[in-house]
Design a binder for this molecule. Structure first.
Ligand code: ATP
Ligand code: MG
Length: 255
């Protein structure tokens, strides 16, 4: 049985994709069997994992609409995890799914077929609380919320938390917030320290112990089509994501 996690935050550019790709690579390094699901029409996780989004014969789009299964559409990344890839076509699924039965459970039903093949399924969500994100939330056991420790970090968090509560109540009783992940952290900034301390105060053990630093190697890696974790394994960013992988392996033991 796999554990399925959404990496979600409707704010743009907060580190969702960097987290999904590098946690996948970190977990693979630790010997875990991982499927990364790219649920964002931007296809950034697909490219970041080294898969050319322009040349896809099957993708998350076909899987959601039922014309391909996960086993056909997935591809193996060089970093040792599988990827269900996406590109712009996926934006159309949003509209086309409206006609379909069980439209918020399309991804869940598709993932059921590969449940035994993975320890972790990590879903990279788009920056919106859309039908695509809803499909992610309906599939998952938990949500990982990446956050920058800045003044506006908490703004919008209540919308996400309320959406998660509604999905939990009405569509997916398994769903819970696994944790808030502090990313792009700059320890030299007093504000980062303050917001980080505030998060710990308010959310207690819902804040992951691992903190991901701001690290240029993580930002450079996508242009080489590899996760930061494989691009420069000794960098501070890579080390942090490997540590986060280990924290997640521990966390699922108690789930
Ligand atoms: P979107 O909402 O558009 O999907 P996102 O939440 O997936 O964005 P990312 O694409 O992961 O965010 O990151 C946004 C930018 O910040 C990227 O240019 C990425 O390389 C950079 N970045 C992310 N994490 C870090 C980090 N720890 N250190 C330095 N740069 C980072
Ligand atoms: Mg993204």
């Amino acid at each position: 049985m796999s554990k399925i996690f959404c990496v979600a935050n409707q704010k743009g550019g907060v580190g969702k994709t960097t987290t999904t790709v590098n946690l996948s690579a970190g977990l693979a390094k630790l010997g875990q069997r991982v499927l990364l699901v790219d649920l964002d029409p931007q296809g950034n996780a697909t490219m970041g994992a080294g898969i050319n989004k322009a040349g896809l014969t099957a993708s998350t789009y076909e899987v959601l609409l039922g014309s391909a299964d996960v086993a056909t559409a997935r591809q193996r990344s060089e970093a040792g995890f599988d990827v269900l890839p996406s590109n712009r076509e996926l934006a159309g699924a949003e509209v086309e799914m409206v006609e379909l039965e069980n439209r918020e459970r399309r991804l869940k039903d598709a993932l059921d077929a590969v449940d035994k093949e993975y320890d972790f399924v990590l879903i990279d969500c788009p920056p919106a609380l859309s039908m695509l994100t809803l499909n992610g939330l309906c599939s998952a056991h938990g949500v990982i919320i990446p956050m920058q420790c800045e003044y506006y970090a908490l703004e919008g968090l209540s919308d996400l938390v309320n959406t998660i509560k509604k999905v939990h109540a009405n569509l997916n009783h398994d769903l819970k917030i696994i944790g808030l992940l502090r990313v792009m952290f700059d320890p030299r900034m007093t504000l980062s320290q303050q917001v980080s301390a505030q998060l710990e105060q308010h959310f207690g053990d819902k804040v992951f112990k691992t903190i991901i630093p701001r690290n240029v190697r993580l930002a450079e890696a996508p242009s080489y089509g590899v996760p930061g974790v494989t691009f420069d394994p000794s960098s501070k960013g890579a080390q942090a994501y490997i540590a986060f992988g280990a924290e997640m392996v521990e966390r699922i033991k108690t789930m």
